[in-house]
Write a protein that binds this ligand. Structure first.
Ligand code: B12
Length: 209
């Protein structure tokens, strides 16, 4: 079932992919398994893009299919359980970058795992993060970025929190694309997470819950 879903997404068969997701949910499949299949499909899409068999329209289409899948999964999950909130996480894709599929999955997983999440969207300048830290008062800030070009923008956010005097009030985690521990050191963030579950574990470690 999961492999069928991976193929349907990777081959851009939107209607079939969404029907498969609905069927899997009805059959009681774990949301994590569905999201994992979606992630695998995005890897295939990325490889095809790198090989030159897919182009930007396919990337956009894949993004739209994935957003719809996460909407379906999310609506079923929130129906099924009353969520207790443990703490606040502020998240956004840093300035210069418009990739948001990975961030949206992280937001979704934090949300269903009991965190109140404020998502600032994409292409978010450093000042917008610091302003939101003051207004929303999160314990954790998540910075997403898929372009290697935007590591400087991540570093700028960390620097801006120091200038605004709020660096010691928040833990900062980064993730997306090729982000690794070297990037974390470069940016001055507290941790990096390779996927959405890691983001949840980090937030749980810092906030509890
Ligand atoms: C879909 C996609 C797009 C879509 C984005 C749609 C959208 N709404 O997001 C569109 C078509 C818009 C796009 C545009 C571009 N893209 Co693009 N895109 C991709 C693609 C195929 C998939 C990325 C994705 O969403 N993956 C799915 C998610 C689920 O991946 P994931 O990494 O598993 O996500 C997890 C982790 O990253 C982590 N995570 C994410 N954020 C965070 C945050 C925190 C705090 C934590 C802890 C964890 C975390 O959790 C996620 C969930 O588990 C990649 C190729 C690839 N193989 O990755 C290229 C890719 C990222 N794009 C690339 C490029 C170059 C571009 C463009 C510049 C192309 C162009 N010439 O215009 C533009 C960028 C414009 C801009 N300023 O941002 C390059 C980047 C190269 C580089 N090293 O910088 C890639 C790698 C493709 C390539 N090989 O060339 N793209």
């Amino acid at each position: 079932m999961s492999q069928k879903l991976v193929n349907a997404i990777a081959d851009m068969r939107e209607k079939e992919a969404l029907e498969l997701v609905r069927g899997m949910i009805a059959a009681g499949t774990e949301p994590a398994e569905i999201l994992n299949a979606a992630r695998k499909a995005m890897e295939v899409v990325g490889q095809r893009y790198e090989k030159g068999t897919y182009f930007l329209p396919e990337l956009i289409m894949a993004g739209e299919i994935l957003s719809q899948i996460s909407e379906i999964v999310k609506s079923r999950m929130t129906q099924a359980q009353e969520i207790k909130r443990h703490g606040k996480v502020l998240i956004g894709t840093v300035q210069g970058d418009i990739h948001d599929i990975g961030k949206n999955i992280v937001t979704f997983m934090l949300d269903v795992n009991g965190f109140e999440v404020l998502d600032l969207g994409v292409n978010v300048p450093a000042e917008k993060f610091t302003q939101a830290i003051q207004d929303f008062q999160p314990q954790v800030v998540g910075l997403s970025g898929f372009l290697t070009l935007v590591y400087d923008a991540m570093k700028e956010v960390v620097e801006a929190t120091k200038k605004a005097g709020v660096r010691d009030k928040v833990k900062i985690m980064i993730g997306g694309g090729q982000v690794n521990d070297e990037v974390r050191k470069y940016t001055g963030a507290d941790a990096y997470g390779k996927d959405a579950m890691e983001a949840v574990r980090l937030a749980q470690g810092w906030i509890g819950g």
